[in-house]
Design a binder for this molecule. Structure first.
Ligand code: PGA
Length: 249
């Protein structure tokens, strides 16, 4: 665990419902992380867009990420937010390809590829989420990666994070086993090696997401050999999210 960089990334999704609650949660995480995170874990919090600015002010203990973006810098795209704006507001990371975006907003692999190119152009790190539906073969993950990274040069490989998130495990309280996560990690590595050199691929963090909490995170990092977690529900409770950082120590 010591030599690897471990990521703990909180995806708040469309929560909490008010600025007041968002501020409270952010402050609690910020204060708690300072003493809890003893091992240099990369903690990232991805709130909804309207809360990004307030979290950028005087928050320590975590870096800022967004949950989505458009691929153009600006223009007539009603309701959209550009990577340029996110970079300008202090975001370092952007989640892209989350299964909820693929499913509810019909995001295609080609669109995800455009977004990743734009995120990289603006110096941020894409957190590329991939995963299979219940009953689907794991091979779909290879396809998702190949399409998402199409045409992205080797030099960017070191600024990627890949999150393996089996869709059946998201928000269900029914996580994958560490062994299942490890099998997916091996396949993801193999797929990445078809695109980039082994040296570059070995530097790409591959994290797990889907019903993680303070009780199971350690097993994903140890027996599952995952480089951290993308956390939904458990990141909305400051105490639990902080316990996850403690479990990683
Ligand atoms: P969950 O969500 O931790 O609530 O399962 C994970 C995710 O969707 O990133």
């Amino acid at each position: 665990m010591k030599n690897r960089k471990i990521y703990l990334i909180g995806n708040w999704k469309m929560n909490p419902g008010t600025v007041k609650k968002a501020k409270g949660l952010a402050v609690d995480i910020s204060v708690g992380m300072e003493s809890a995170n003893k091992s240099g874990t990369k903690v990232v919090v991805c709130p909804p867009y309207p809360y990004l600015e307030l979290m950028n002010n005087n928050m320590s203990g975590f870096e800022l990420g967004a949950q989505n973006c458009h691929f153009e810098d600006q223009g007539a795209y009603t309701g959209e937010v550009s990577p340029k704006m996110l970079q300008d507001i202090g975001c370092k990371y952007v989640i892209v390809g989350h299964s909820e975006r693929r499913e509810y907003f019909a995001e295609s692999g080609e669109l995800i590829n455009k977004k990743i190119k734009s995120i990289l152009k603006h110096g941020m790190i894409p957190i590329l989420a991939v995963g299979e539906k219940d009953g689907e073969a794991l091979n779909i993950v290879s396809e998702q990666i190949k399409v998402a990274l199409d045409g992205i040069p080797e030099k960017y490989a070191k600024t990627l994070v890949v999150a393996y998130e089996p869709i059946w495990a998201i928000g269900t309280g029914n996580p994958a086993t560490p062994d299942e996560a490890l099998s997916a990690k091996i396949l993801i590595r193999k797929t990445l090696r078809d695109i980039y050199s082994t040296k570059s691929v070995d530097s790409i963090p591959i994290i797990y997401g889907g019903s993680t909490n303070s009780k199971n995170i350690k097993s994903f990092i140890e027996s599952g050999e995952m480089d951290g977690a993308l956390v939904g529900g458990a990141s909305l409770e400051a105490k639990e999210f902080i316990r996850m950082a403690e479990a990683i120590n």
